[in-house]
Design a protein around this ligand. Structure first.
Ligand code: PLP
Length: 232
């Protein structure tokens, strides 16, 4: 079989379904978020032709570059990368959802921009579950404080759940521990009014482990679009 985006997507969907089955979870309980960072608008158009509608990106400038030539498709852009507070305006203009909310200052900046626009925004809180210093995310012990602040001061942000990146390691037990930590944080902090239903965890190299640990959404770049070069 030739290697095309269509065959890669079919293979991914099969692996997701198989991981659900192994974990005793219903088929369809895990969404695929294609991550198009570093891939050009034509690659996104090809993915859209296969039925994909939401795309993860990690830079607001890159969303802007792709949103214009693809405006005819009505796609939704999901921010999954570290956001500087001064990008809140660009987020409100171009982004449907932020999965990388990692601090109160960013929440306040988004709230300030959303309120006058009469808009609200779905957000996931990115939690740092790995010891790697390079990873962004809220320290787990700061989660209750941020949730309380969002409830009191940020009505325009609709908190849907939690997001994490696992440690980048060949040690699958260490990777699994990161995903498990996120699920346990949800179990500890979910309430009836804020069920934190979504857990965005798992990438091309580790999504099957994430599904076994309860992921509801896997963020997949290279396994769908091909190997990344950072030339863009
Ligand atoms: C790039 C990226 C992904 C996708 O990574 P792949 O290994 O290409 O699947 C997922 N999540 C985040 C936050 C990313 O930056």
């Amino acid at each position: 079989m030739t290697d095309t985006m269509a065959t890669r997507l079919a293979a991914l969907e099969q692996r997701i379904a198989q991981a659900c089955e192994r974990a005793g979870r219903p088929a369809g309980s895990v969404q695929l978020l294609p991550v198009s960072k570093t891939f050009d608008a034509e690659a996104v158009r090809e993915a859209a032709a296969l039925g994909l509608r939401r795309f993860g990106e990690n830079k607001t400038q890159e969303i802007r570059q792709k949103a214009d030539p693809l405006a005819d498709l009505g796609l939704s852009w999901v921010m999954i990368g570290h956001l500087q507070t001064n990008k809140a305006k660009d987020v409100v203009r171009d982004v449907a959802e932020v999965q990388s909310l990692d601090r109160q200052e960013l929440a306040d900046a988004l709230q300030r921009r959303l309120e006058p626009a009469g808009r609200s925004l779905d957000v996931l809180i990115q939690v740092k579950t790995s010891p790697e210093p390079s990873k962004f995310g809220l320290p787990p012990e700061a989660l209750p404080g941020l949730l309380a602040h969002l409830r009191q001061a940020c009505p325009a942000l609709r908190v849907q759940g939690l997001m994490t990146m696992a440690v980048n390691s060949d040690d699958s037990a260490a990777v699994r521990a990161c995903f498990r930590r996120l699920r346990e944080l949800r179990e500890r902090h979910a309430t009836a009014e804020l069920p934190l239903a979504r857990l965005s965890m798992g990438m091309s190299g580790d999504f099957e482990i994430a599904i076994e640990e309860g992921s509801t959404e896997v963020r997949i770049g290279s396994a769908l679009f091909g190997a990344r070069s950072y030339a863009i």
